[in-house]
Design a protein around this ligand. Structure first.
Ligand SMILES: [Zn+2]
Length: 228
């Protein structure tokens, strides 16, 4: 992979070098794709079938998620994953609430095209729809995650590591989210908060005032702790 990427690449605005995953039909940077194929092969030896639930996500897609959550067209969940039903009128509180489970547009690691959300397809009961929750990781996917933890800790995960782990920033732990760090670091290096503010100014994004005003502080809790 090029050691230099375009200024807009960290924000989900550059799709060069993305390849399509089979059978998921999701997009991923070529280097991460190759590493994933190796991880998949290793997993098969242990009886697991890695399925990718989410990979590259564009800026526009994250804006759409953000705005729909702000308008309550998508459900808002609390830290425990429970549906919030009361109305939230204060935009600051709304921002913090969306951030419990959704990344700031332009600051999702899925914009890099190097990060994936994965499950073990072989342990999903028929007809079950995957939610990506802590309960699943402690339930049906526990053997898979225990195995994955061992491989990561012993350096056998082909460059993939977990980033949303307890004790880092304010994002809820996400054991299912893996980052292909050798490539992700290139995007992290190019990431620029001023540029992101400029993007927000030009975009129809919910709670724009709060975001422009507090982005530096939000970044300290929700972005930079995860730049490994
Ligand atoms: Zn993820």
């Amino acid at each position: 992979m090029n050691e230099v990427v375009s200024k807009l690449a960290p924000f989900g605005l550059d799709e060069e070098g993305l390849v399509s995953l089979y059978p998921e039909k999701l997009l991923l940077r070529k280097e991460a794709f190759n590493a994933l194929e190796q991880l998949r092969q290793l997993a098969r030896l242990f009886g697991f079938e890695i399925r990718v639930e989410s990979a590259y996500r564009s800026f526009d897609r994250q804006i759409s998620i953000w705005n729909r959550k702000a308008k309550r067209e998508l459900p808002l969940l609390d830290e425990r994953g429970q549906l919030i039903t009361r109305s939230i009128d204060d935009p600051e509180e709304l921002v913090k609430t969306i951030l419990i489970w959704s990344a700031l547009p332009g600051a999702s690691r899925h914009h890099f095209g190097t990060d994936i959300d994965i499950v073990d397809a072989s342990s999903i009961p028929e007809g079950y729809e995957v939610q990506l929750t802590p309960e699943e990781c402690n339930g049906m996917f526990k053997p898979f995650h225990d195995w994955l933890t061992r491989e990561i800790e012993s350096g056998n995960s082909f460059g993939f590591e977990r980033v949303f782990i307890p004790g880092r920033g304010k994002i809820q732990p996400e054991p299912w989210h893996l980052s292909y760090l050798p490539a992700a670091r290139i995007f992290q290096k190019e990431f620029n908060l001023q540029l992101l503010k400029g993007l927000y100014s030009e975009t129809d994004i919910a709670c724009k005032e709060v975001l422009l005003d507090q982005l530096d502080d939000l970044a300290k809790d929700y972005i930079f702790p995860y730049f490994l």
